[in-house]
Design a binder for this molecule. Structure first.
Ligand code: COA
Length: 316
């Protein structure tokens, strides 16, 4: 058996808090509709002087510092994102320069939408097995406010900005993530056209089919990870599900028959931050003392692609 453990996390959220009441001044909506349908009360947007790059740098520095890992010890750096500042250079390449990672560090961005962080964790686990240095820096980072259509009340109330970072270590003898990744190609129910498309680069979403997809995918993926690991639901200390909608999480909790107290989230003040959602929540749970050394978190992401990804992450 070989795999990775989580050494430490970091996070960075922009300074501007946007409440449901603030959005009600822009589109025909209200706090009651948004909070009862989604669980969201506020989210953060990048303000002037804040960017994907600046948030990534702050979160990565914090994760490295808390882990006691030096930049030159990092072997792999992956940023999961669909909203980087540049198509090229990758956000991970900018981190290489700003953090002073060695030039032979494998640095790239990965787009698996809201499943991106878990996709990146698994990718880091595989790459670190072959890398000369066994520490990985993995980020989930989004500035979704840049691709939000503020004339569409069905989507603009959902998304927020933020970055979560994790430092992991690969060792022979460490447990595998037992990752389960998948995708069902679909560009109809959830998509954001690229900059060269003739359609506007905003997020488009048909909420109900995405909802139906999510409530099926999350419990299925969680069970598949546990079956791969030969463990049961009772062996999990924390369920860290992508924060897309509180109702989706409630459905998953019910379908799996797990204790809701092991599945608390942060969507109320983050909104849906896509790839950043899982690492932001991990960071919040760890800094709040709710997830501790030696414990296991079952992380599940799902979203655009359509993709899903689950992994069992143990804290060193
Ligand atoms: N404020 C007020 N009313 C709104 C609204 C808003 N922000 N957005 C939509 N509505 C209205 C609709 O226009 C519709 O009105 P109508 O009945 O007069 O036509 C009504 O509310 C119901 O809309 P509907 O889209 O059926 O709502 P819903 O219960 O499906 O909830 C979502 C919408 C987006 C919250 C829900 O579908 C969802 O969460 N889907 C999954 C989204 C997700 O997780 N995406 C990310 C995956 S990573």
């Amino acid at each position: 058996m070989s795999g990775i453990k989580l050494l430490g996390t970091g996070s960075a959220v922009p300074s501007k808090v946007v409440t449901n009441d603030d959005l009600a001044k822009i589109v025909d909506t209200n706090d009651e509709w948004i909070s009862t349908r989604t669980g969201i009360r506020s989210r953060r947007y990048c303000a002037e002087g804040e960017s994907h790059t600046s948030l990534c740098l702050a979160a990565a520095r914090q994760a490295l510092e808390r882990s006691g890992v030096k930049p030159e010890e990092v072997g792999v750096c992956i940023v999961a994102t669909l909203t980087p500042d540049y198509l090229t250079p990758a956000a991970a390449c900018l981190l290489q320069r700003e953090l002073g990672l060695s030039e032979d560090t494998v640095c790239f961005d990965l787009n698996a939408a809201c499943s991106g962080f878990v996709y990146a964790l698994h990718t880091a686990e595989c790459l670190l097995a072959a890398a000369p240095r066994k520490y990985g820096l993995v980020l989930g980072a989004e500035v979704l406010s840049r691709i939000t259509d503020f004339s569409d009340r069905g989507t603009c109330v959902l998304f927020g900005d933020g970055v979560g970072a994790a430092v992991v270590e690969w060792r022979a003898g460490y447990p595998s993530l037992h990752a389960v990744l998948g995708c069902r190609g679909n560009d109809e129910v959830l998509y954001a056209p690229g900059v060269h498309s003739d359609r506007p680069s905003y997020i488009h979403m048909d909420g109900q089919p995405v909802f139906r997809f999510a409530v099926e995918a999350v419990p299925r993926c969680a069970r598949e990870v546990l079956s791969k690991a030969g463990l049961g639901l009772e062996d999990v200390d924390r369920f860290v599900f992508h924060q897309a909608n509180q109702r989706i999480i409630d459905f998953a909790v019910k379908k799996l028959g797990i204790d809701p107290a092991k599945c608390t989230g942060n969507i109320e003040h983050t909104g849906n931050t896509s790839a950043a959602s899982v690492p932001l929540l991990l960071d919040e749970l760890i800094t709040g003392g709710e997830l501790r050394s030696g414990q296991r978190a079952l992380c599940v992401g799902f979203g655009g692609g359509l993709t899903w990804a689950g992994a069992l992450l143990e804290l060193a």
